[in-house]
Write a protein that binds this ligand. Structure first.
Ligand code: SAM
Length: 319
């Protein structure tokens, strides 16, 4: 695993996306003694900004499952280490993280999903432009690497993964090519996969790049259980959130955005539908949606940081 060691790495770790808006939404000025979680610390941009707005009796818990992000943030945020707790964990473990930090009630959580630029460029397996081991685990305590998936999943499992997470049509052709290859040679490096795709699909460079991006995205989502983690953190954050607490999520693809949108919609409904047709329980909604439509970056932000082009921010407040 690469570790950060140069000044240059520190500067280029990650350019935060929708920074001001995300931080503005997660902080409710009307609450006191706030406990805020930045669940995706990354390059520390959000945490650094949140700290600027925190009052002395507020606390920030900054979480990342990637040890490089943790190492980087410890240097970046050391000016306020008394007020910020930096935790190496999966944000899906939100309840145990809170407990370990000595808190039970949450006042806000912000998630800026996906990967940092550092991970995409320097860590193993994420980029199809460089030949590195097919790892893709952001959390090195997780068991399954991308190579394990390619070498062990059966055809149906591979097809399901590529169609669901990569939105790839006719994914069984790809699965068959993977299975044919691994009979002779196991997948070890990113270029093993690139080679398999290039041999199977005789397509132009631009289409091949787009196709590879979808394949790598699907693998990454599977390796890191990204959608399951998001569903779990939303549910558990809601359960431990105080009234007035905020949830703000920046997502980068439609599957993530749909999960957030549906969660907010369900929790803001006025009725709980009952399975008994004669009985409909009337319940107060649990959330108020703060962003009727998702907030997207301005043209100027996209121009400066291309990675921001697919970002969507949704926010809600617990009632
Ligand atoms: C887009 S970056 C966040 C950038 C950050 N907002 C900033 O200002 O620099 C996403 C980060 O979230 C982390 N991450 C993704 N899923 C996670 C999870 N389930 N638990 C903890 N960290 C996660 C990744 O390791 C990565 O460092």
């Amino acid at each position: 695993m690469n570790t950060i060691n140069t000044e240059n790495d520190l500067e280029s770790f990650h350019v935060p996306v929708l920074l001001n808006k995300a931080v503005e939404y997660v902080l409710n000025e009307n609450l006191n003694q706030r406990v805020i979680i930045d669940g995706t610390l990354g390059g520390g941009g959000y945490s650094e900004m949140i700290l600027k707005y925190l009052r002395d009796d507020d606390v920030l818990i900054s979480v990342d499952k990637d040890l490089n992000a943790i190492g980087h943030a410890k240097k970046l945020l050391d000016f306020r280490l008394n007020q910020v707790k930096i935790v190496n964990d999966n944000f899906a473990n939100i309840k145990s993280i809170m407990e370990k930090c000595g808190f039970h009630k949450l006042s806000g959580i912000v998630l800026d999903l996906g990967l940092s630029s550092y991970q995409l460029e320097k860590e193993e397996g994420f980029s199809f432009m460089k030949n590195t081991p097919l790892d893709m685990r952001a959390f090195k305590k997780d068991n399954l690497k991308a190579s394990d998936i390619l070498n062990t999943f059966n055809k149906q499992e591979l097809t399901d993964m590529f169609s669901k997470y990569g939105e790839i049509r006719n994914a069984d052709r790809l699965s068959k090519a993977i299975i044919d290859r691994r009979r002779n040679k196991k997948f070890v490096m990113t270029f093993d996969l690139v080679e398999t795709v290039t041999e199977e699909y005789r397509i132009g460079r631009k289409d091949r790049m787009n196709f590879l991006a979808k394949i790598f995205q699907a693998l990454r989502i599977e390796v890191n259980s990204e959608l399951e983690n998001l569903e779990k953190v939303l549910k558990e954050a809601f359960e431990i959130m105080i009234s007035g607490g905020r949830i703000a999520v920046v997502s980068y693809h439609s599957l993530e955005d749909r999960i957030v949108k549906n969660f907010f919609r369900d929790k803001s409904k006025k009725f709980i539908e009952s399975s008994n047709p004669f009985y409909t329980e009337r319940a107060a909604p649990g959330l108020k949606i703060l962003t009727k439509k998702p907030v997207v970056p301005a043209y100027t932000e996209v121009k400066l940081n291309l990675r921001s082009r697919s970002a969507k921010l949704r926010a809600a407040e617990v009632l």
